[in-house]
Design a protein around this ligand. Sequence first.
Ligand code: ZN
Length: 330
Amino acid sequence: MRKDGSAPPPESGSSVSPDRPWFTRRSTLVVGVAALAPAALAGWVLTQVLAGSGPDGQQPRPLPASHAAGSPGQRDAKSGSTASGSPTAVATTPAAAPVPAPAPAKGPLAGKTVVVDPGHNTGNFKHTDEIDQQVDIGTGHKECDTTGTTTNSGYMEAEFTYDVSQRLRAALEAQGAKVVLTHQQDRPWGPCITERARIGNEANADAVVSVHADGVSAGSRGFHVILPAKVKGGAADTSKIVGPSRELGERIAGNFARTTGSAPANYLGSGTGLVVRDDLGGLNLSTRPKVFIECGNMRDAKDAAQLTSPEWRQKAAQGIADGIVGFLGG
Ligand code: ZN
């Protein structure tokens, strides 16, 4: 991330040494300081060099409070929350930049309710009998819930979805939304897909997002957003949500691509990043605008490298949040 040419050359007669080309990229203020106090500057320069802070050292790095506060993403330590990011920002920024407190009930989402559904549950693996129970999704029957996938190194989709959901909640609350999570890893398994849908319905949610990551063959890459098909049967009737859900999904897909730099899936959706399905109980039973997002493919090494990165997950959450803000007219 070079920013050459952003500062004027040092004035002639300045004490700035020409053999430090990186210095010329610093601000004019620094140049002024250099002219006034070369000795002090030398000390400052040394400090910066020793601390490893380069020109990017002051770049904002939005790590959420929820992560720093030791939220349930306990496996983040394993995946290297700092090692996977830029080491330059660590320890040099005075007192870890104050976390912006969410503005209570202000912002573009004030008065809006968003339900966030972390796909699966880390305990589902141990409760296969329970989650295999068949539930009525209106158009048919399906398993109550599924285990989800993992990366090849064992990072569980359910860990991923919960971590992103926590970050998403923080981002949405910062915009003034009321956020309801369908579960908080506070139960041994589930909830069933029927209950996940019901939570969104009963909250009268303005938007619902179910967070997932896919588990398909290596080489399949990218994200996709799943939109509800028009279905009718039993308790399922999506006729009223098909339109707004598509708009929600398009907003999320566009913003997700922007914040993460990820491309739409290369293995389905014809490059649009959008897929319509009629077989998901969580969509069929929803009466509120709702989409799923498959953030990437956990079985592809390149996608997995992103999915296991806390910084990437923050970008993912921000993209989803931005899409919701756009959808809700922020
Ligand atoms: Zn999933």
